[in-house]
Design a protein around this ligand. Structure first.
Ligand SMILES: [Zn+2]
Length: 237
């Protein structure tokens, strides 16, 4: 069993949360860290975590690519984080340059993918953020090494099944710094073309990582689940 470390469960495609989680379980995925992108999606993310507290863990975020968001929206999200701090396991999805990390020094941050990864690393260090994952990580090998050396995680999506860049990244990163994610409902190519995206894809990602690292799948899933629990301080159930 494995955990999807990053999924947009607020999306209407996951409106039937029970069915989403049931389908995920049939694929050996026992839960998901759910991220939000603005005040509205954050509220829906909190509702999902409240509805399934043993399988959904909430992060509240402010998406760096949602350019329609304003400073007022950011204020609302910061107030939301303060109000719900005890109910969330992290801040995300966030990314440079929009978000001040100062408000949540004890929470794990999730950085939006790739772009400006080196700057993001610098910001994390500057604000002394202890736990963070660079989600859907894309960066040079040098920057990736610096991220891992600083004690942060990187995560891979189903892209790892068919993209050489992601496969090389996994090969070069120590196992205890890796997470897997679906980033559902993001649609993937390759063997996933035309199939529904959701937390259930995380086990296929784990399977591919196991192949690349030449480890038995059960061992790999255990390690990946342990990593996710360590990052988000989840209670292993
Ligand atoms: Zn995402």
């Amino acid at each position: 069993m494995v955990i999807d470390s990053h999924c947009h469960l607020y999306d209407r495609r996951f409106a039937d949360l029970r069915e989403t989680l049931r389908l995920s379980l049939t694929h050996d995925v026992w839960g998901a860290v759910a991220v939000g992108c603005d005040a509205e999606t954050n509220a829906r993310t909190l509702a999902a975590a409240a509805a399934a507290p043993k399988a959904v863990w909430a992060c509240l975020g402010f998406h760096p690519d949602w350019t329609r968001l304003t400073d007022d929206d950011l204020d609302r999200v910061e107030a939301q984080i303060a109000a719900h701090h005890s109910r969330i396991v992290g801040i995300g999805e966030i990314g440079l340059p929009w978000y001040s990390l100062e408000g949540a020094p004890d929470a794990a941050a999730i950085m939006a993918r790739g772009r400006a990864a080196a700057d993001a690393l610098q910001a994390l260090r500057h604000h002394r953020i202890e736990r963070a994952v660079f989600h859907w990580h894309k960066a040079t090998a040098e920057v990736t090494h610096a991220i891992v050396d600083a004690g942060y995680f990187v995560s891979v999506t189903p892209d790892v099944v068919y993209r050489e860049r992601d496969r090389e990244m996994v090969a070069g990163v120590p196992l205890d710094a890796l997470l897997v994610e679906s980033d559902g409902p993001w649609q993937y190519g390759g063997e996933f073309e035309g199939t529904e995206s959701g937390p259930w894809l995380a086990s296929r990602v784990a399977e591919e990582v196991a192949k690349l690292k030449q480890l038995p799948l059960d061992d790999m899933m255990f390690q990946l689940s342990t990593n996710t629990c360590r990052l988000f301080d989840l209670v292993w159930v």
